[in-house]
Design a binder for this molecule. Structure first.
Ligand code: HEC
Ligand code: HEC
Length: 315
């Protein structure tokens, strides 16, 4: 290859590199300015336990963020309310973290007593057998109190309007969502639609979620992450969009299928109409699988070795 071709290649590589840096780093830095959704940071409060702001510096110093994130995603129902970009505008450096060796700590504050938190930091395995979190017993009393006071403030600043909400593309406020709702002619409040939905549910969902939608269908026995129990009061807060979103896209990390691949939009709206009727006021339903563990009434018959292993006739 002559010198000219070599130079052209070098320029090509350099400009590709610059375009990548420009579009993924520089442009978002200038253009992405989220509206603040908070007035202050969590840790800028008085605390009887210690100094949360100093505790946060210890959190950073000790590298807690290597193993703990501070952002809840849509699929993280067990970690509490969702976060928004605007929650972080005043926090520098933010503690989003990148890996979850341990659980997400966004809403850890108030979940456990301060004594528990302290005992856990001194010796994680004392309160969580089998935990792989390192012991932080080397922290002096002041550091320990400040760190615990910081942990107890996590999740304070967010005013939760809604616990869970479907992504924007399912809301009427966006063009895609507007079109989606425009195509829908199922009245999800009507009994007739709910009835139709029940039929679709029995055919497609009952194997996992159970005929009574308590999450105890025959398939659920073999699933590590159990199917949802729709009679829980928790589901009262779900709006149509949230139901539709979950049915359409499934739940990442579980066996819940993406039904947009196999059911029409119309069928999914009928299902929404049905699922909406299920949540109860109080947790009056008993998860039959839990019960099974306790009463232990499924016993294998005592069989001899011959009965377990049918002979092939060789001996
Ligand atoms: C090597 C990874 C690792 C590091 C570093 C680490 N943790 Fe953990 N952490 C874990 C794991 C794993 C768990 C889950 C088991 C348990 O609860 O002990 C956990 C659990 C927790 C919990 C309990 C959460 C809950 O609700 O059950 C808290 C609080 C916590 N860590 C705080 C901290 C703090 C504060 C630091 C820094 C001083 C820290 N962790 C450093 C791995 C880590
Ligand atoms: C192969 C088993 C399986 C089938 C079939 C199945 N699901 Fe699920 N479903 C699950 C599992 C597992 C979860 C996850 C529960 C969790 O995350 O706690 C789930 C979760 C859900 C959720 C989300 C619940 C939440 O907490 O947000 C909805 C809604 C749902 N399923 C509706 C349906 C409907 C409607 C059908 C039928 C069209 C269906 N599922 C069929 C296994 C299944």
């Amino acid at each position: 290859m002559n010198g000219y071709g070599y130079r052209l290649g070098a320029i090509g590589i350099m400009s590709t590199f610059f375009i990548i840096i420009f579009s993924t780093v520089l442009m978002p830095m200038v253009l992405f300015k989220p509206e603040p959704t908070v007035t202050r940071n969590d840790y800028e409060v008085e605390s009887k336990i210690g100094n949360p702001a100093r505790g946060r510096r210890i959190y950073i110093r000790e590298g807690c963020f290597y193993c703990h994130t501070q952002f809840t995603r849509l699929q993280d129902r067990e970690y509490g309310p969702l976060v928004k970009a605007g929650d972080y505008v005043y926090e520098t450096p933010h503690q989003l973290g990148t890996a979850r060796t341990g659980p997400d700590l966004t809403n850890e504050g108030g979940k456990m007593s301060s004594e528990w938190q302290k005992a856990h930091l001194v010796q994680p395995r004392a309160v969580k057998p089998g935990s792989i979190m390192p012991s932080f017993s080397f922290l002096n009393d002041e550091d320990m109190n400040d760190l615990v006071s910081y942990i107890q403030t996590l999740g304070n600043k967010r005013v939760v309007e809604k616990y869970v909400m479907a992504p924007d593309e399912y809301q009427v406020t966006t063009p895609v969502g507007y079109a989606l709702h425009g195509r829908n002619h199922v009245d999800t409040k009507s009994d007739a639609a709910a009835n139709a939905g029940r039929g679709i549910f029995t055919q497609n969902c009952a194997v996992c979620h159970g005929l009574e939608a308590r999450g105890n269908g025959p398939n659920s026995i073999s699933l590590t992450k159990k199917p949802a129990n729709f009679t829980r009061p928790f589901y009262k807060q779900y709006d149509d969009e949230m139901w539709f979103y979950r049915i359409s896209e499934g739940v990442p990390g579980t066996r819940m299928p993406r039904f947009q691949l196999s059911l029409t939009e119309e069928e999914r709206w009928y299902l929404v109409a049905y699922l909406k009727t299920l949540p109860k006021d109080v947790e009056d339903t008993v998860d039959k699988l839990d019960q099974l563990d306790k009463v232990d009434h499924v016993r294998l018959p005592k069989l001899t070795r011959q009965q377990y292993e049918p002979t092939t006739g060789d001996h």
